[in-house]
Structure formats: C-alpha cells, structure tokens
Design a protein around this ligand. Sequence first.
Ligand SMILES: *Cc1c(COP(=O)(O)O)cnc(C)c1O
Length: 371
Amino acid sequence: MTKVSFLDLALVNHELEAELERAALRVLRSGQYLRGAEVESFEREWADYCGATDAVGVGNGLEALQLVLEAMDIGRGDEVLVSAHTSIATWLAISHAGARPVPVEPDPHTLLIDPACIEAGIGSRTSAIVPVHLYGMPADMDRIMKIADRHRLAVVDDASQAHGARLGERMMGTLARATAFSLYPTKNLGAAGDAGIVVSGDAQLLRRVRMLANYGERERHCSELRGYNSRLDELQAALLRVKLTRLDDWNQRRRARAAQYAEALSGIEAITAPGATPDAYAVWHQFVIQTEHRDALRRELARRGVPTLVHYPIPPHRSPAYADEYPEPQPITERLAATVLSLPMSAQLSETTCHHICETLVSSVAAAGMA
Ligand SMILES: *Cc1c(COP(=O)(O)O)cnc(C)c1O
C-alpha cells in the first residue's frame, strides 16, 4: 500500500535544505535576532511581491488581523461582518480587538462569504467587513468593495490561505484597505514556527500596526499606545525570504494537482468538486470536496492509507467559545461543517501520488456505498 501523507513539512524544507541552513546560520552568527535587516528585507520583498506599498511583520496571523483592526480604531462597541465558514482564528482576532463578530453565510458553491448576504447583517454599529479567502480561493471583492463603499465600511482581508492568489491581474494584498497573512508552517508560504504579516497601501495605518506590535513605541522607551509584543523574528524572516523565491512555483504545482483532482472527480456523482470563481487565480491551500457521506468516505480512505482532514468540523459560532452568544443558526455553514473534506494537497504532492489518491477515491466511493 502506498503511504500517503496529508502534508509533509520536512519534505518542503528538504527541497531547500542548503539555502535554509545558510540563512539560519547567517542569523545565528549575526547577533541580531529581532528588529534587524532580515525582517526589514522580508517586509520589503513581501510588499513588492504583493504590489503593496509596505508590510509589517508580526508574531502570527491572528495578531496580524487583530492589530490592523485596532490600528483602524475598530474595537469596543463595533460590529465586524465576517465569514461564518472560516478558521476560529478569524473570529478570535475580531474579539480580541474588542469588536463583535457578526457571521455572514457562505455561497454554497464557492464556500466563500456570500456578497448577497452581507447587507442583511449591516446595522448602526457595523464598522468593517473581514472577507476570508478560504482554501486559497479569492472572494468576490468587486461586489464586497461596492457594498463597503455604499455603507462606508472598512474592509480587511484575511488572506492566511491565499498567498499569491489573484483576481484577474490584481494580487492578494491589494484588494482591500489592508490584508493580514498568517505564515504558520502549513500555509502556502510558511515559517518554521509562528509568523504573520500585514500589507497595505496606507503607510500611516502600517505605522500604527508597527507601533502596536512593539509595545506601542514609535521611539524606543516611549509608549504612545498600549501595544503588544507581536514581532516577526530575524530567523523566521531569513527562512521566509528563501521560501518566497519558490512560492510561485509551489502555487503552480498546487494548481496542477487541483486540475488532476478535478478531472478525476468529474465522473463521481456523489462528490461535489470545489467550484471555481470566474477571473480567480486560486492557489489551492486546500482542495475541499463535499459529500453527504463524508464520515463514511473519510473512514474508507483512511483504511486504504489516504489521510484527509476537515476544515472545519465546528463552525466558530457553534464552538463553546462563542455558542452562548450566537443562538441563531447559520444553516449553510453548519451543513458545510458536516459535508466538507480536505484531500491531501501540497506543492510536494507528486502527480503519481495524486493519481493513486484519485484511484483510491473511486474504490472508496464504491465501498462506502455512495456509488
Ligand atoms: C491560519 C489562519 C489564521 C491564523 O493564523 P495563525 O498564524 O495560526 O495565528 C487565520 N485565518 C485563517 C483563515 C487561517 O487559515
């Protein structure tokens, strides 16, 4: 039986071992571990990659989003519209900023925030929209920005799963007033530990994010804001600089695997393949199928040596951290929690292994009584 891993992070680093080791040693020998040249260079290189004015490295993706909201003065008394179908981290960032997340249901086809459901959630306290470009698929920003402009709402993108995605020619990172990225190890661009980054075209906003991330200081030892300690470190920045040179190639390899999956799935009626958004260059952080027989299929695949994951089994509003305050059902989101299944996906997934997974999928469908 072919042994398949969902995502082998050591294999990612193996491809670049010599370069990563050189970068790590450079930092270890430099004597500078925070607030140095590596972070400054990575911020410049990431901003240039995205076509944004500038970038600020922070401690992780959750704080990237939280600090942008706080830098915009969004907090206590504010409501923030957010994808209901997302990582809990998106909601936690809004809560930690002091605001209240207000769920917006996804489009059942794209699984992304449904622009048609946004206006129903807007009230007198609404101050921002946080669309999530989930699974590497860009959300419908043209419609979202029109609604935001009409109601004078800020838009902050959670692009933690969409490094390098595009809408037409427009890069992720330039679609909203500010964009937060996680650089967690499993993301399309991932560090060897926690990391995150904020990009924007608004230099003043980024200056505030930078202050908030470092004790609220502009000048050393003079805190103008009650800030945090949320800094990207030199070691992670040096490693990320190496990996950034491969991001486009890695994303193209993911796209090739996604096309292979889509082709194989077209013949299986009981499985819904992910829907494409017109004009979108998706970077396939996950390849997520839907089926009524999710749990049975998952068991069959596991029995045959193909691991899968569920993103996400409990929607934020149903998690114990939020459930008390969110009695309203979100039917589409709740249905997705029961039907979505993430197949193995990474730049290191070979064509041969992907082919094996597709064949296993066909035999598992039959065994699970789905065909
Ligand atoms: C990973 C992720 C985050 C959080 O990032 P961390 O770096 O783990 O804090 C936020 N939103 C989404 C959509 C994510 O996938």
